[in-house]
Design a protein around this ligand. Structure first.
Ligand code: ADP
Length: 461
């Protein structure tokens, strides 16, 4: 199961991120515009006042005090207070107040600065909220008097206050526009992801970044399909196998049942009864062999056939030849073993013994009576090879393709007669492969069948 980020949808995250970015940019831009426009306004006001002051001072140049007062009294500048201050700080003229009642202005910052620098501009916050007073002072040419012009200018807070309604309206529109744009962009970005078809991941048009994930999904999908196919095949094979096993068991049971009934009914007596008992015995042995082989196969299917170890395949072959010597003698078959003294193999010893046993047993049973069976062992760097050849009729190329199938027999009745279960070669193939080896069938130089088993050699031992 995937673990979704707590309460987070990609589209929601994207939308919020885009929206917040837009708002932040908007606030930053608005702030910058307001600050710049304020600075321009502020400088503009200062420059205008300084220009006005200089122009008015120029008008006063060369006039005496009385002429100056007369000139200033007739001058009216909108929203501008005019003050003329003498060198000692005495106020000679003031457009807004009675000059004679005013205190000395010598210590006023703008007056002092103008006296030393010629022209000065100062800003003082007024008692009245919402406005500041801007003072510009300059020396009047040809005299020690200083002309001062002052005007009230709105404070920044007031300036901003005036702007606010317009700012809010613009912000509201911008927020709405941001919401819409963020929504549209979110949709455009998420669509290629949301619209991926999990059934056809590689068909979907999507981002390069997502492609490895889609390739992996496709790979997993194919793997799953293959696994399902294998599972279905395994189920079918198992069902077939179960059917075959039941079928193989029926015939010996029928024979056993039939003869047992004859003995029970008393029809068979004496010699017959003993003969029938012998047949029952033979059939029950065939059933036991079948059960043994079925159990061996099912153990192999569960890959629980024993522990891997080092063992000598030559010794194993010798053990098998000794075990099968009585059977070979019965058919007058001679057994030969050629090869090195030892051949170390890495595998499961009991399983290897079963493999060699089944192959030699087949060679004796299916080979020629009074014939020969030859075992030949060779060692190479990678593996140990065992050839088992007989001089019987051999196996046709078509049958060679199928001999390793469960219950496949070239001649079913002959196989049964000789005590075969039809599972011997299936056990051989499964067993050899479970040890990492292989088995092949072909024509032997003796004229019969040749089975070649390769098992991994125990290198460096
Ligand atoms: P079975 O119990 O019948 O021997 P196997 O699985 O061992 O079953 O072998 C399958 C079939 O392959 C046999 O029935 C037989 O027809 C054929 N076969 C196996 N070994 C030989 C051999 N050495 N020569 C000829 N035919 C063989």
């Amino acid at each position: 199961m995937t673990k979704p980020l707590p309460g987070k949808k990609l589209s929601t995250r994207l939308f919020v991120a885009l929206f917040l970015t837009a708002i932040l940019v908007l606030l930053a831009v608005t702030g910058a515009v307001v600050a710049v426009s304020w600075t321009i306004y502020e400088h503009g006001a200062e420059e205008t006042l300084v220009d006005q002051t200089r122009a008015s001072a120029a008008d006063l140049a060369g006039l005496d005090e009385g002429q100056m007062v007369a000139h200033l009294s007739s001058t009216a500048l909108a929203n501008t207070r005019i003050t003329l201050v003498a060198a000692d700080g005495r106020v000679i003229f003031d457009s807004d107040y009675e000059a004679s009642t005013m205190p000395s202005h010598a210590a006023r910052a703008e007056i002092a600065a103008a006296r030393s620098e010629g022209t000065a501009v100062m800003l003082r916050a007024s008692e009245t909220a919402g406005s500041d007073t801007l003072y510009a002072a300059t020396l009047v040419d040809g005299s020690d008097d200083i002309l001062r012009l002052s005007t009230t200018r709105s404070s920044f807070a007031y300036y901003l206050g005036n702007l606010l309604p317009a700012l809010f309206a613009i912000m509201a529109l911008a927020v709405i526009a941001s919401l819409v744009v963020a929504r549209v962009i979110t949709g455009k970005i998420t669509t290629p992801i949301v619209s991926i078809d999990p059934e056809q991941p590689l068909e979907s048009e999507t981002y390069v970044e997502v492609e490895p994930l889609l390739a992996r999904i496709e790979e997993q999908k194919l793997k799953l399909v293959e696994q399902n196919r294998q599972l279905e095949r395994a189920v079918t094979l198992r069902r077939e196998f179960t059917g075959n096993v039941s079928h193989e068991m029926k015939s010996p049971l029928q024979v056993i049942g039939g003869y047992a009934e004859l003995i029970e009914s008393g029809i068979a007596d004496g010699e017959d009864a003993r003969k029938f008992a012998g047949l029952i015995c033979a059939e029950s042995q065939a059933m036991r062999r079948l059960i043994d082989d079925v159990l061996t196969l099912s153990r192999l299917d569960e890959s629980a056939s024993g522990r891997t170890s080092l063992f000598d395949l030559v010794a194993t072959a010798k053990v098998v030849l000794v075990r099968l010597a009585p059977m070979a003698a019965e058919r007058d078959v001679r057994l030969f073993l050629a090869g090195p003294d030892v051949a170390w193999v890495l595998g499961i010893e009991t399983l290897a013994e079963q493999v060699v046993y089944n192959l030699v047993d087949n060679a004796i049973r299916h080979g020629r009576a009074a014939g020969r069976v030859e075992l030949d062992i060779r060692c190479s760097a990678q593996d140990v090879v065992l050839d088992i050849c007989d001089d019987g009729d051999g196996i046709s190329p078509e049958a060679q393709q199928r001999v390793f199938e469960r219950f496949y027999r070239v001649d079913p009745s002959r196989s049964r007669e000789t005590g075969g279960t039809g599972l011997g070669l299936a056990i051989v193939k499964h067993g050899v492969e479970s040890m990492g080896g292989s088995v092949t069938v072909g024509q032997s130089a003796l004229g019969g069948a040749r089975f070649t088993v390769r098992l991994p050699a125990a290198n460096g031992v």
